[in-house]
Design a protein around this ligand. Structure first.
Ligand code: PLP
Length: 406
């Protein structure tokens, strides 16, 4: 028996009012366009995707297969497998210079759900949450959705995309509850240094704020050492550090991440896990355990490739008339200023430039508007260089030709 679409939709949907408050990651809309154009046979070079172009290392896949054979196929503890939490605790102790134990760790299907749970657990309706803009759009949309007021803090090209600490301090009000940090940063490739962390920690302590720090790119750094605010003495009582396996181990589709925080909060986050996912898939947790416990060489090689490509793409972008690009400090994104190109090509915004590049040059990039509320007049786009050197060279050749042609 067949059912027509009209029967499915025969009555008004009647969504809950809160759905009107929920934002999204509009980058996925551009990716849908890329897929549609490719399905029509168009040759598109995409700088849109925020995931490593490398495959998950074989030993991690092997650990997952072995876990299946060993019947890691049942429900498990909501907080995560003890042996994985132990390994994460050791990793954090080594990389954040602070003693962490398994009771401080909560595992979830990705870093993204943890961002959500941390805000759900800590932020009340009406509270203010300061977040980076441009920034990963989920901070703003989740804060909005839980009835908080998202307060964007400007990152600027002039400061190589880090927070201006005085400006950040000026945004704090009696309603501020939390500051969100993301370093290395999506979409700019910017990074906060240890001195920034010390200054931001002081603001958090002076005003009794939480810090939610998204550290998913911690292993992809180029010229400066990674710094976590968790390493600043006294911050452990007010910090939720979120990390995962997606970027470090090329495991985006496996869906596994975690939070590190004080044990009493970890219990509450795991209570949310019980309500939401019951647990993270067991065989995936065993694969993550293998990722942490075995050679880190594949991750180092990936980071080295990103570092090399960062220079390649920045140099090629800076050769295009009307484009100015700050060299990224980490992650795998560049965020060039394209105001000059937009002006010379008669585009009112970077969005028009992105449409033009996609349709006329076969190059997919994302406009500034995908990354939170805009606070500046200049026009920017994001390119992910998690793609081959050949694609970078050819994509930028097409970009340049499209600019020079018009
Ligand atoms: N945080 C940032 C800043 C990201 O860019 C992304 C993915 O693009 C995530 C979190 C999501 O990570 P996960 O795949 O672990 O959910």
């Amino acid at each position: 028996m067949t059912t027509s679409a009209s029967q499915w939709e025969a009555r008004p949907l009647g969504l809950a009012a809160r759905m009107a408050q929920l934002g999204t990651e509009t980058a996925f809309d551009v990716l849908a366009k890329v897929h549609a154009l490719r399905a029509e046979g168009r040759d598109i070079i995409s700088f849109g995707l925020g995931e490593p172009d490398f495959e998950t290392p074989d030993h991690i896949k092997a650990a997952c297969k072995q876990a299946l054979d060993e019947n890691y196929t049942h429900y498990g503890p909501s907080q995560g497998l003890p042996e994985l939490r132990e390994a994460i605790a050791e990793y954090f102790t080594a990389t954040r210079n602070i003693a962490v134990s398994a009771e401080n760790v909560v595992v979830a299907p990705g870093a993204k759900p943890m961002l959500f749970s941390a805000m759900m657990a800590l932020v009340n309706p009406g509270d203010e949450v300061i977040y980076p803009s441009p920034g990963y759009p989920i901070y703003e949309s989740v804060a909005d959705w839980i009835g908080a007021k998202p307060v964007p803090a400007r990152l600027t090209e002039e400061t190589e995309w880090s927070y201006n600490v005085d400006e950040l301090a000026a945004l704090v009000t009696p309603r501020t509850r939390a500051i969100v940090l993301n370093s290395p940063q999506n979409p700019t490739g910017g990074m906060l240094l240890a001195s920034d962390m010390a200054a931001i920690a002081k603001i958090a302590m002076d005003h009794d704020l939480w810090v939610i720090t998204d550290e998913v790119y911690s292993q992809i750094v180029f010229n400066y050492p990674f710094a976590s605010i968790l390493s600043v003495p006294g911050m452990e009582a007010r910090t939720v550090a979120i990390d995962g396996f997606s970027k470090t181990y090329a495991m985006t589709g496996w869906r596994i991440g975690y939070a590190v925080c004080r044990a009493d909060l970890a219990k509450q986050l795991s209570r949310i896990e019980t309500n939401l996912h019951s647990c993270t898939a067991m065989m995936i947790q065993r694969a993550a355990l293998a990722a942490l416990r075995s050679s880190q060489e594949p991750s180092r090689e990936m980071a080295a490739a990103f570092r090399r490509r960062a220079t390649l793409i920045t140099d090629l972008l800076n050769e295009i008339p009307g484009v100015r690009c700050v060299k990224p400090r980490g992650a795998f994104y560049v965020f060039p200023n394209v105001t000059g190109v937009c002006r010379s090509m008669g585009f009112a915004s970077a969005n028009e430039l992105c449409d033009y590049l996609l349709n006329e040059a076969g190059v997919a990039v994302l406009p500034r508007t995908c990354f939170g509320r805009r606070l500046e007049d200049e026009e920017y786009i994001r390119l992910s260089y998690a793609t081959s050197d050949e694609n970078i060279v050819e994509g930028l050749r097409r970009f340049r030709k499209a600019v020079e042609r018009r």
